[in-house]
Design a protein around this ligand. Structure first.
Ligand code: 3PG
Ligand code: MG
Length: 398
């Protein structure tokens, strides 16, 4: 890797501005999933061990440059303190004097960077102001690295900068999965819509040996072959796109697996009665029928494909996993990927907010080699884009 890490920095007595992503789910004033908080702890501890004082910069929600009290980062303090095992000082309005007089061993969290309009505008004045608050910059927010903001990119050009431990882990895992994978390499790409994943699919078919398409987006691909799928979720406007992706896959030698059967229901609700129906270009469903999950033969084909792979990337569910029994295909395939990983036969990397939730629900996520904390940034990385927050660490302009 061509960027510095905490190992390259002298941090003794230094104030270390750490960009973290603690944009965590909150309900009724409580953090409901602490994953992103737990994953930044090694960075904070390493900075403390090296005699530095971590001063966290982070966003929460999308307040659009205004102070929105419900989007205060204060809500994360109890979870942060519990995970770190020490007090975290919250600073609502940062100023140089307060942050210059920190005692050794202090940990600080600064209020939501997005309360200032200069953050998302990547305003040089905001970046310069932030830079005055510390001596060193450490970016540990891979999951916000697709945003070119003052606290993710602007600041990195103004002071000695390095990657944090989570940033390092994310970059190594994703490079191992996509840039220099052990082959054969495959991916599961699922979810509702082709339209949100065109760039991803176009990039992946040129890099993968096998692409499993699942979820609502598989319907658009099947419809492109001629299937009539009744009331199934699909995007008629993207049929041409689906055909173009199939052609690219063919010329790149990437095998595309579409579901060969599906669980078909007449109601979109938990416990709805369903039939298992073969899916092909010749399928004609009734007007009120919907494909809500991949069927058993489709899952068997996916599992067989996993058996041929050395590396697997997973983004998106295979069916309507939020409602049982239409979580069956996702669960079965995820458990098999987890099993192969535990056996040492597969390197498996998963990313994207819903995806991690789906694999957690399947009870399989913990068996995967690497779980990215990133949603949008994971997708943009998989699309082959340069993430501005990562580029800034390498000293490139963004
Ligand atoms: C995320 O939750 O995906 C990141 O924190 C980025 O948030 P954003 O999509 O509001 O920029
Ligand atoms: Mg997002």
């Amino acid at each position: 890797m061509s960027w510095k890490t905490l190992d390259d920095m002298d941090l003794a007595g230094k104030r270390v501005l750490v960009r973290v992503d603690i944009n965590v789910p909150v309900e009724n004033g409580q953090v409901t999933d602490t994953t992103r908080i737990d994953r930044i702890i090694p960075t904070l501890k390493d900075i403390l061990d090296k005699g530095g004082m971590p001063i966290m910069l982070a966003h929460f929600g999308r307040p659009k440059g205004k102070v929105v009290p419900e989007m205060s980062l204060r809500v994360t303090l109890p979870a942060l303190e519990a995970a770190l095992g020490q007090k975290v000082t919250f600073v609502e309005k940062p100023d140089v004097t307060t942050l210059s007089s920190l005692e050794a061993g202090s940990v600080v969290l600064i209020e939501n960077t997005r309360f200032a309009a200069g953050e998302e505008a990547n305003d040089p004045h905001m970046a310069q102001f932030l830079a005055t608050l510390g001596d060193v910059f450490c970016n540990d927010a891979f999951s916000a690295a697709h945003r070119a903001h003052a606290s993710t990119t602007g600041i990195a050009h103004l002071m000695p900068s390095c990657a944090g431990r989570l940033m390092q882990a994310e970059l190594s895992a994703l490079e191992a999965a996509l840039s220099t994978p052990q082959r054969p390499v495959g991916a599961v790409v699922g979810g509702a819509k082709v339209s949100t994943k065109i760039a991803l699919l176009e990039n992946l078919v040129n890099r993968l040996d096998v692409l499993v398409i699942g979820g609502g987006m598989a319907n658009t691909f099947l419809a492109a072959q001629g299937a009539k799928l009744g009331a199934s979720l699909m995007e008629p406007d993207y049929i041409e796109t689906a055909l173009a992706i199939m052609r690219s896959a063919e010329s790149a030698g990437c095998k595309v697996l579409l579901p060969v059967d599906g669980l078909v229901a007449r109601e979109f609700k938990a416990g709805a009665a369903f039939d298992v129906i073969p899916l092909s270009k010749d399928t004609v469903l009734d007007d009120d029928q919907m494909v809500l999950d991949a069927g058993p033969h489709a899952v068997a084909a996916v599992v067989a494909a996993f058996g041929t792979l050395k590396t697997l990337i997973w983004n998106g569910p295979l069916g309507a996993f939020e409602i049982a029994p239409f979580n069956q295909a996702t669960n079965a395939a995820a458990l098999e990927a987890g099993r192969l990983t535990k056996e040492g036969a597969l390197i498996s990397v998963v990313g994207g907010g819903d995806t991690v939730a789906a694999l957690n629900q399947a009870g399989a996520a913990a068996d995967f080699t690497y779980i990215s904390t990133a949603g949008g940034a994971f997708l943009e990385w998989m699309e082959g884009k340069t993430l501005p927050g990562v580029a800034a660490l390498k000293g490139q302009s963004t």
